[in-house]
Write a protein that binds this ligand. Structure first.
Ligand SMILES: [Zn+2]
Length: 399
């Protein structure tokens, strides 16, 4: 029998049993009862802790966080929440902040240390910043190769039609290395749903990339936009390749109306990202999942011009989602966990994700007996492994 490269001994899996996991060339080669793992060049003792797949940080903004920089006090909007006003505050704050690459590294280290090794980040591409933010984040992504896999979304923070030159810039962004095309409130921001979605889906079709659209619009305005996005997705045969981030409007609908639109979202293969933020209504996670919709999550903003919260911990995010959704049973707590793991893997179309033979050895150890306990206790002191290599321990990245 060939010698195993690394044997992860005494790892508790979701079935509650303790196993030995063999890893060769960065992938899981076998999973056997503890003590029967065979000979290995290196042994890592998990000591009975829970071993779970890495977290999927499915929605973050690497360009706009001030994490690790000076504290910037939050400035409220003058007359209630207004996206335009917040974008203006953001421009003021960004001009005073530390260099973007430094702030992006701070945020990446935070996420990796918490066990997120798969990420989707939106990066501002519009008439105000052009492609400069994307160029910076692309360089940082290269530096972090081998530590975390990052998908970048060309995000039109100032609208597509309202910000001259943005359609061309978004197209160039894809040529430069962005992986997805983004969007922002086609109705309330650009006030032209057809014009906005023509650009987004036009680029997606021409460049063969996936779509992830920010949609904050409430109630029927949001629901109408979701129906339009679903129709475009189906017409282009893009099922499984389109996400709607936030989709607050789903949280405003009656349960009958929500169930009806959930059916449409599921058959269109559109996934829904929620971070269950603050006092907002947010999508009904259990209802969506019961209708077959893929629900995933992310930190979204971490200490930026939008809000002062965020700790880059997707397990904490699972707790927040469960708490705000009124999840109490083990089955419900597992659903919250699924949103930050498998849900993200489906939405991001990740290959080789999970604790199974042949999957990438990207995993996290948690001091918990099982997943429901992990969701409510959010244990720290984690060890994080990428392709079987230790990349973070006790809250710090190991280089
Ligand atoms: Zn966002």
């Amino acid at each position: 029998m060939a010698t195993i490269e690394t044997l992860f001994k005494n790892a508790r899996l979701r079935d509650g049993k303790v196993h030995d996991i063999a890893v060769d060339k960065g992938r899981i080669g076998s999973i056997v009862p503890a003590g029967s793992g065979g000979h290995a060049e290196a042994i890592v003792d998990i000591a009975g802790e829970l071993l779970v797949p890495c977290f999927v940080e499915g929605h973050i903004h690497l360009d706009t966080s001030f994490f690790g920089d000076a504290w910037i006090p939050h400035k409220p909007c003058l007359n209630g929440f207004d996206v335009h006003e917040r974008v203006a505050f953001q421009a003021e704050n960004m001009a005073q902040a530390a260099a973007m690459d430094e702030r992006a590294r701070n945020q990446l280290d935070l996420c990796i240390a918490n066990g997120a090794l798969q990420m989707r980040s939106h990066v501002m591409v519009d008439g105000s910043v052009g492609l400069s933010s994307l160029e910076t984040i692309l360089r940082v992504r290269e530096e972090y190769e081998g530590l975390i896999d990052i998908q970048l979304v060309a995000f039109p923070q100032s609208g597509i039609l309202k910000s001259p030159g943005t359609p061309e810039l978004m197209d160039e962004a894809i040529a430069l290395g962005a992986n997805l095309v983004g969007g922002l409130d086609p109705l309330s921001f650009d006030r032209d749903i057809k014009g906005h979605l023509d650009v987004v889906f036009g680029i997606a079709e021409r460049r063969g990339v996936d779509v992830d659209i920010h949609l904050h619009d409430a109630g029927t305005l949001g629901a109408f936009t979701i129906e339009e996005i679903c129709a475009r997705t189906t017409a282009l045969g893009m099922q499984g390749r389109v996400a709607i981030s936030h989709a607050y409007g789903l949280g405003d609908l009656s349960s009958d109306a929500a169930r009806k639109i959930a059916g449409l979202i599921a058959t269109s293969g559109v996934s829904i990202m929620t971070n269950a933020p603050g006092s907002h209504n947010f999508p009904p996670v259990a209802l969506l999942r019961s209708e077959g919709v893929v629900v995933f999550s992310g930190s979204d903003n971490i200490r930026d011009s939008w809000w002062p919260y965020g700790d880059g911990d997707m397990l904490r995010r699972a707790e927040i989602i469960g708490y705000r959704s009124g999840f109490y049973t083990d089955r419900e707590l597992c659903a919250a966990f699924d949103v930050v793991t498998m849900g993200g893997a489906h939405a991001l179309r990740l290959d080789g994700y999970g604790i199974e033979i042949g999957a990438k050895a990207d995993f996290v150890t948690l001091a918990a007996a099982h997943v429901p306990e992990a969701v409510v206790s959010v244990p720290k002191g984690r060890r994080v492994f990428k392709a079987g290599r230790l990349v973070a321990e006790n809250g710090s990245v190991v280089r």
